[in-house]
Design a protein. Structure first.
Length: 739
């Protein structure tokens, strides 16, 4: 670089620093500014020789992260300093001890939490990504600010990913959608959540993202005019009532529009609430609630509300701390519009989450939603010995869940994730109560332990000192807290039986002239297709492994060459039972090729999304079943890309003229005379399409049909679906995937 360029870059760096101080949400004291300046100088010096893939000086990344931390998340000087220093320990010779010496233990502890976990061993059967997430989530236990800075770091990385390799982009974007966006949601950072989701979609499904983006741009003028219509009507009444307010119109995020299109099986034009109106009003704490309902009454004077879609997060705030009133009204031109009503305080909490919560808390004794959640999280983490992927799955389930509000027998209100059962409620009160639960009553009636609770239910738990959890209980609960507690109790029992089983196994093997050592244990675990030594000892303890099976093992052990050969066959081919039950894909047929070299490998189609030729797909290397093919938009794709990126293989169709595939089409419409006849005619008239099965039913004038057809590829299927759509009276046609 020339001297002029370096001078220009240094000016830009200095400018960024000034901007960082200017946009800070917290008021910075002189000592705060000194701390930030020192962190800035150390970071500039440490990263002076580094550049990012895009070619710009590396220091722009930590400054950008610090800016997000300062303005969008609203954290103070310690966090801003930690954000500036978040990469120095990993990328430069500076150590955590140096940071503690230069700054203070708190900054050092945060930087250590932010330093990525070094990969000690690469065990391909355990997901490295999931292990990293687990470690990251465990840092929540020490300081939630570490996670908030990590979110800012991830957001900036997502915003500057253009120059990365495509597979890297997909991996990082999948990881973002899988865990970071839900985390932002749970911590009340809705702006950051939305940006992460949109950017995640941009790199996982670029065509879909760009299509929705261009349609939003096309309809922007029309939408602005629509919002102005409603605003003008409401302004007049709000002004008359003397309310101080601002009305903002905002389009829904690209990701949420995509989610609606997918969930409801509709096109972009059919998504009815693509934007929302927000009324943010000024108020003192005393009148806040009263004013919200006053605004509600003004809005509903002009527009008819949908009673089932009123969301009152003011009387019962979400556990993220979110407060607002959401009203869905019938706007002009017969279109539903969501109107959000929030005070300035509520708006700030919705935008800044954690930081604003504490600004407004003023030493109040009541715990904030975040504190309650972190306490629950600590319990779930107390014994996080489970497999890392299961742990992340359970944890994630509790991140995005919608909430319901239920009551204890005394009338206290409790918040639980939607889908929670009466047994979840018992564990929610106290884990000891959960473990001893014998039965539950909901609204006075005895209900099963897996009864799904609804908002407003009142639950009473019946306990017994002799009650103990069984493995079935894991199917009765949905919350991570309950699952962890049940697993802990079951594991204690399993360990006891396992110890007895180990002694028994030692004796049995002695008769067969085999010593029980680590090598023998590993061989037995593989022989019985188990996962751990504890599984083996437990099965012996309960008598599930018989003497004859141990004799078979001893006989097989005597011929190591044959056992090695058998294992290879077992690994590469499906078992005879599977061969019978699963559709076989001719392994010599070269329709799918893998990787850059276009290798021809054996594979199977995954039943979760049933790909057919022409679909965008990828290969996933499983532990026991070879390569499984998934569609790129398979419901499990994000999880696989995120947790097991190293097992993903690029896959490409190169020929699809010889094979035929099954696809299920769901059809809904208005029943009319001759509709069935027309339908079968259209299907049969399409070349290369055979009807395998057809089931049609009508219910009060509504026609439902499910047709299983055999097609050669995706193009033919799409053509068929379009032709069915053209039949008069047909409302909706979609391809169905087996769950």
């Amino acid at each position: 670089m020339t001297e002029i360029d370096i001078e220009k870059e240094n000016k830009a760096i200095a400018q960024e620093y000034k901007e960082l101080l200017r946009i800070s949400y917290q008021t910075l004291t002189d000592s705060d500014k000194k701390l930030i300046r020192k962190a800035f100088d150390v970071a500039v010096d440490a990263h002076k020789d580094q550049r990012r893939k895009s070619g710009e000086a590396y220091i722009f990344h930590p400054i950008a992260v610090a800016k997000i931390v300062a303005s969008e998340i609203g954290l103070g000087a310690t966090s801003i300093a930690a954000a500036l220093l978040h990469d120095v320990v990993e990328d430069t010779p500076i150590t955590v001890e140096d940071i503690e010496r230069l700054f203070n233990p708190k900054v050092a502890q945060m930087v250590e939490g932010l330093t990525k976990i070094s990969l000690v061993q690469k065990d391909l059967n355990a997901s490295i990504q999931a292990e990293n997430f687990r470690k990251m989530i465990l840092t929540l236990n020490d300081d939630v600010r570490v996670i908030l800075i990590k979110l800012a770091d991830r957001l900036h990385n997502m915003q500057t990913m253009e120059s990365m390799r495509e597979d890297k982009q997909t991996k990082i974007a999948s990881e973002t959608l899988y865990i970071y966006a839900p985390l932002a949601h749970r911590l009340g950072l809705y702006n950051i959540k939305t940006k992460l989701e949109d950017l995640g979609l941009k790199y996982t499904e670029p065509a879909v993202y760009n299509d929705i983006l261009s349609k939003i741009k096309e309809t922007k003028e029309e939408q602005d005019a629509y919002i102005k219509d409603i605003s003008d009507v409401l302004k007049k009444s709000l002004d008359e009532e003397g309310v101080e307010y601002v009305i903002k119109g905002r389009p829904k995020s690209i990701y949420s529009i995509r989610r609606k299109m997918k969930a409801q099986g509709v096109s972009f034009d059919e998504v009815y609430d693509k934007f929302a109106l927000r009324i943010v009003y000024k108020s003192n704490p005393h009148d806040e609630k009263f004013l919200a309902w006053k605004i509600y009454s003004i809005v509903t004077d002009h527009y008819r509300p949908s009673p089932s879609r009123l969301r009152d997060w003011i009387s019962s705030p979400k556990s993220t701390g979110y407060e607002a009133l959401h009203i869905t009204v019938m706007g002009p031109k017969g279109r539903w519009v969501e109107i959000q009503v929030r005070s300035e305080r509520m708006d700030e909490i919705a935008e800044k989450g954690y930081a604003a919560h504490y600004k407004y808390k003023n030493g109040a004794t009541e715990e904030s939603g975040l504190d309650v959640w972190l306490n629950l999280l600590r319990e779930a983490l107390e014994n996080a010995e489970t497999n890392a992927v299961d742990f992340v799955e359970d944890f994630k389930m509790n991140l995005y869940s919608k909430e319901i509000f239920v009551f204890t027998p005394k009338g206290d209100i409790k918040s639980l994730p939607k889908g929670a059962t009466s047994l979840d409620f018992a564990f929610g009160i106290h884990s000891e109560i959960g473990i001893r639960t014998r039965g539950t009553r909901v609204n006075g009636k005895l209900v099963p332990l897996n009864y799904e609770l609804k908002s407003g239910d009142q639950i009473e738990v019946i306990t017994s000192p002799n009650q103990k959890p069984t493995t079935h209980w894991l199917d009765f609960v949905t919350t991570a807290r309950a699952k962890t507690k049940i697993k802990n109790v079951l594991n204690e029992d399993i360990k006891k039986i396992g110890e007895e089983g180990k002694e028994l196994l030692t004796r049995k093997l002695k008769h067969l002239k085999i010593t029980l050592n680590e090598k023998t244990v590993n061989e037995l675990v593989n022989f019985f297709k188990l996962k751990t030594s504890l599984d083996l000892f437990y099965r012996v303890g309960i008598g599930a492994i018989e003497n004859q099976q141990l004799k078979d093992y001893a006989a097989q052990k005597s011929n190591t060459f044959i056992s090695f050969f058998k294992n290879k066959i077992k690994r590469n081919n499906a078992t005879p039972d599977e061969e019978i039950n699963k559709p076989i894909v001719n392994s010599n047929y070269d329709m799918l090729v893998f990787g850059k070299e276009h290798d021809k490998l054996d594979y199977k189609f995954s039943p979760c999304c049933s790909p057919i030729p022409g679909d965008d797909v990828f290969g996933f290397v499983t532990v026991n079943e070879g390569i499984k093919i998934h569609k790129s938009d398979c419901p499990n794709a994000i999880g696989l890309q995120s947790n097991y990126a190293y097992r993903i293989m690029a896959a490409k169709w190169i020929d699809s003229t010889q094979e035929e595939f099954k696809a299920i089409i769901k059809i809904t419409g208005m029943d009319s005379l001759g509709l069935t006849n027309q339908l079968t005619k259209v299907i049969s008239n399409n070349m290369h399409v055979n009807i395998q099965s057809i089931s049609l039913s009508t219910d009060a004038g509504i026609f439902h049909g499910q047709v299983t057809v055999v097609v050669q590829n995706n193009t033919i299927l799409k053509k068929l679906i379009n032709n069915i759509r053209k039949i008069e009276g047909i409302e909706k046609v979609s391809r169905e995937y087996s769950s």
